[in-house]
Design a protein around this ligand. Structure first.
Ligand code: BES
Ligand code: MN
Ligand code: ZN
Length: 505
């Protein structure tokens, strides 16, 4: 769904804006919270006379401590009747604080048509100069993502309008770059959210492949799509096995971003199970009802690929999305069946609900054999165990490479999409041994307990060809059940921004 919020850099002063909500940053400088009045067009003394009490008195009365995202609003007359003046907590003004503030402003202004703020006058540490790039980018990201809506309601009860936001700046041209970067990061995430939130009655592998093709063309990417006959021809037995039970056959999509003189080649692989019933190892309904989101990894990869050119990413990036519906029928793969993954390795399918690692294995093996990547990163809603271990707030990161793990963790922190590195435990390796095939798709040695997220990661590692590889299990943070900050109910597109920050660092 196109997001209604728009962000416009405009020349000041703020009092000249015809917005119905004017927001002034409140930051926690030395000596207590302080309101930024630069760019407002009224001095602090002048402002005081128009408020119900002076700013200093109001801050003391309401005991505001400038917490990021804290808001307080008053009606004031700035010369053209009453408007709402909001104080918007921005903490110390760090990028993460400004992201929260942006989200809070959108949520505060919901139902209005236009808000305006002089936040661009807040520099790092709260100095009243033009805000440095990263902070403004985060503010825009927060403001846009908090306004994201997905609805299939009939028009009578459409979503509440979100406002356009005017960013007053001394020199609007100078903030255009960071604003645009924030918009690109948010748009990529929104694209992922739309795909994730689309019900699976509409969203089958072909539908998602068509969407990938369309966005690929729009973003100037190379696009290759394998249909079921081509998957068969080229030996993608694992994707085909997962999709066999569905009347809606699987697809593999490759998106190619090739800048001039690329610095390195990164391959991104996304899990695209358009609905996960569990297959013949059927899920109970409570677990199954959320499974339209089981293609979140592929949605993230698609969102990322759509934004690379806009962000001027210097690496060559190839996105692979492995699309299949894990369904039930007399044709479905059975527990005990053996599939042959791309390149020839055989896998015994002991549980058809461990299907994500199968589709990923085919795509990863293809990347290793045919694409000469320098780095391989995969994203998947892979295991309930990752969600159990870390909850909905944090993604699980597994990696064979310390430098890669640190770089991703840093980008995760900068995006406020936190990840926690988990171990690949060598002693557990034999749990993937199969009686009949090269590998089993679930752990077979119960002596280790059932470290589900680790087993799945170690299974994937078998297909990483010894490359520097990282795996993001986003089963927990891929969905949100609350409206909070940048999160909206449903698919979150978690890790879209972290991957883009990592790629554009
Ligand atoms: N798609 C699920 C994982 C999942 C669970 C994602 C909850 C989001 C929320 C995956 O395909 C799956 O079913 N994994 C099984 C693996 C098991 C059979 C070894 C799981 O985690 O239970
Ligand atoms: Mn499953
Ligand atoms: Zn799944």
């Amino acid at each position: 769904m196109p997001v209604a919020t728009e962000i416009h850099p405009i020349p000041g002063p703020l009092v000249d804006s015809d917005a119905d909500l004017l927001a002034l940053p409140l930051y926690s400088g030395d000596g207590g919270p302080r309101v930024v009045t630069a760019g407002v067009g009224l001095g602090p003394a002048d402002l005081d006379t128009r408020l119900p009490a002076s700013l200093a008195e109001l801050l003391a009365y309401y005991k505001l401590d400038a917490k990021p995202g804290e808001t307080l609003e008053f009606p004031v007359d700035l010369g053209r009747g009453l408007v709402r003046l909001a104080l918007l907590g921005v903490g110390a003004g760090a990028p993460g604080d400004l992201r929260k503030a942006g989200a809070a402003l959108t949520r505060l202004a919901k139902g209005r048509t236009r808000a305006a703020t002089n936040i661009a006058f807040l520099g790092p540490g709260g100095t009243e100069t033009a805000t440095a790039g990263a902070g403004l980018t985060s503010f825009v990201e927060g403001a846009l993502l908090a306004g994201y809506r997905f609805t299939l309601r009939s028009s009578a009860k459409g979503p509440e309008a979100v406002p356009a936001i005017d960013l007053v700046a001394e020199d609007p041209g100078r903030i255009a770059g960071p604003v645009r970067r924030g918009m690109t990061l948010a748009r990529a995430t929104e694209l992922a959210r739309d795909l994730i939130n689309t019900p699976s009655a509409e969203k089958d592998p072909k539908w998602l492949a068509d969407r990938a093709e369309k966005l690929g063309r729009e973003a100037g990417l190379g696009v290759t799509v394998w249909d079921e006959a081509e998957l068969e021809r080229d030996g993608f037995g694992a994707i085909l096995g997962v999709g066999r039970g569905s009347a809606r056959p699987p697809r593999l999509v490759r998106l190619d971003y090739v800048p001039e003189e690329p610095t390195r080649h990164v391959v991104l692989v996304g899990k695209g199970v358009t609905f996960d019933t569990g297959g013949l190892s059927l899920k109970p309904n409570d677990n199954m009802k959320l499974m339209k989101t089981d293609m979140s990894g592929s949605a993230v990869v698609m969102g990322v690929m759509s934004a690379l050119a806009d962000l001027g990413v210097r690496a060559r990036v190839t996105g692979l999305v492995a699309l299949a519906e894990n369904s039930v029928s007399d044709r479905a793969q059975r527990p005990g069946d053996v599939v042959t993954a791309y390149g020839g390795r055989t896998v015994e399918v002991l549980n058809t609900d461990a299907e994500g690692r199968l589709v990923m294995a085919d795509a990863m093996a293809y990347a290793v054999a045919g694409l000469e990547p320098d780095v391989l990163v995969d994203v998947a809603t892979l295991t309930g165990a990752a969600k159990l271990a870390l909850g909905t707030g944090i993604g699980a990161l597994f990696s064979t490479d310390d430098a890669l793990a640190s770089a991703l963790s840093e980008a995760a922190e900068a995006s406020d999409e936190p990840v926690w590195r988990m171990p690949l435990v060598e002693e557990y390796r034999d749990t993937l041994d199969s009686q009949v095939a090269d590998l089993a798709n679930i752990g077979t040695n119960k002596d280790y307990g059932t470290p589900g997220a680790t087993e799945a990661a170690m299974f994937l590692r078998e297909f990483a060809g010894g490359l520097p590889w990282a795996h993001l299990d986003i089963a927990g943070p891929g969905r949100s059940t609350s409206e909070d900050g940048v999160l909206t109910k449903g698919g979150t597109g978690f890790s879209t921004r972290l991957l883009l920050r990592w790629l554009s660092a």
